[in-house]
Design a protein around this ligand. Structure first.
Ligand code: ADP
Ligand code: MG
Length: 401
């Protein structure tokens, strides 16, 4: 990303090389290998996850890389480029009451979750570098967990198929770090395929890899970091969740996922409060927009998803009321500059905007968004142009690739 959230080392240095160099500088010997996991963006399907609904994330080419090597005993040492800091922990902090805090908790949480699941986790030294901006809603936390998990599984020769990684990393984040997240982030960063989006049913966690070959269609996604200050995001998130659960109760369904789009009018007629009706309308129409997007992508009609993205944004703005002036400005400016569709992605009250653009329009659209921000006196946004990339795994050595 351009602007202040850019990586600390020169952008010309590849993130995998930075992790390896960091490892060698920190520990005086080269790593045994490097493991990467991407950030992710949700193409469409917002606030549908906790309603047992559908989401459609894709992996970003921005990655977190763990360079690692085994070390004897139950001891883990981790350096991160982010702070230049090295932290260490032993078995005490991943068994009993002891806890690692701060960013190291994401690493210790993975060790903890592996051990809880009965695996013998190898002691290890790790060095972390990342191109995923932190706290921008692109899931740097899941990228860190998955890169560390991939390293430890390989170093220890653990019998843990990748299908089981998302639950394990989610458990690390929920139970050890203490952050209540759904299953989307970890599923996306582990299970996404290059050139595809991941159609995830949050009720049964089944997935379908849907072709999302922007490059072949001459398209790209411009990711704009709104840099909006997170205003009461946690409280508002909890309020939306409660509202949806209450509405499902009133409608006599397990979750709002069970209200089909063609049953929406009937459902709304049974709800007294205007605000609740709008919340329900967002979730029900958003689930349908995910299904419609998937149908278009399955038949290779990528360009045509633009209006669905824009409709999703309008629904988040007007019915779910989770957007802020910065993201609305970015969406409007992107559309005015020729984006095929644009929407906020993530939980809301800030975070990032995605704009689907003809590849050669990415720069003019980004420039237009920056100008619109300046005109409104907002802090300048960050931006990066992306194509969907692969999920987590070991980076082949030069001889292997
Ligand atoms: P998001 O996942 O949207 O980026 P989160 O708040 O869920 O935001 O996670 C961000 C946190 O994850 C950071 O505050 C930090 O503790 C941790 N983190 C992510 N990437 C790194 C990294 N490369 N090095 C150290 N800590 C990281
Ligand atoms: Mg996160």
């Amino acid at each position: 990303m351009s602007g202040p959230a850019a990586a600390r080392r020169p952008a010309t240095a590849d993130v995998a090389d930075r992790a390896a160099t960091g490892f060698t500088e920190a520990y005086g010997e080269p790593p045994a290998g490097r493991w990467a996991a991407p950030g992710r963006a949700n193409l469409i399907g917002e606030h549908t996850d906790y309603n047992d609904g559908f989401v459609l994330p894709f992996a970003l080419p921005l990655r977190t890389v763990a360079a690692a090597a085994p070390q004897p005993g139950e001891a883990w040492t981790v350096w991160s480029e982010l702070s230049g800091e090295t932290i260490s922990f032993g078995a005490d902090q991943v068994t009993g009451s002891g806890r690692v805090t701060g960013w190291g908790a994401y690493v210790a949480g993975v060790v903890w979750a592996l051990r809880e699941a009965g695996h013998r986790v190898p002691g290890a030294r790790l060095a972390i570098a990342s191109d995923v901006p932190l706290g921008a809603g692109l899931s740097s936390s899941a990228a860190l967990e998955a890169a560390v998990l991939a390293a430890l599984v390989d170093l220890g020769g653990l019998d843990l198929p990748t299908e089981r990684w998302p639950r394990l990393a989610q458990r690390a984040e929920n139970r050890y770090v203490g952050a209540p997240t759904g299953i989307m982030d970890q599923s996306a960063v582990v299970r996404c395929w290059d050139g595809h989006a991941l159609f995830l049913d949050c009720r049964d966690e089944s997935v379908e890899h849907v072709p999302f070959d922007l490059d072949a269609a001459g398209l790209a996604v411009l990711v704009v970091d709104s840099r909006a200050p997170h205003r009461h995001a946690d409280g508002e998130y909890a309020a939306r969740r409660t509202s949806c659960e209450r509405a499902a109760g009133l409608l006599g369904v397990t979750a709002l996922r069970d209200v089909p789009a063609d049953g929406l009018a009937g459902a709304l007629a049974r709800l007294d409060e205007e605000e609740t009706r709008r919340r329900v309308r967002h979730v029900v129409t958003e689930n349908q927009r995910v299904l419609d997007t998937v149908a278009l992508l399955r038949s290779g009609r990528v360009r045509e998803i633009g209006p669905l993205l824009t409709a999703s944004h309008a629904s988040m703005r007007d019915d779910f009321e989770i957007t802020v002036p910065e993201v609305d400005t970015a969406v409007e400016a992107a559309l005015a500059a020729g984006a095929l569709g644009a929407r906020m992605t993530g939980g809301g009250f800030g975070g990032c905007v995605l704009a689907l653009v003809d590849a050669e329009r990415a720069t003019p659209v980004a420039t237009a968004v920056t100008a619109a921000y300046a005109a409104r006196g907002f802090t300048a946004p960050g931006h990066v142009t992306v194509l969907p990339g692969p999920g987590a795994g070991r980076i082949p050595t030069e001889e292997e690739s």
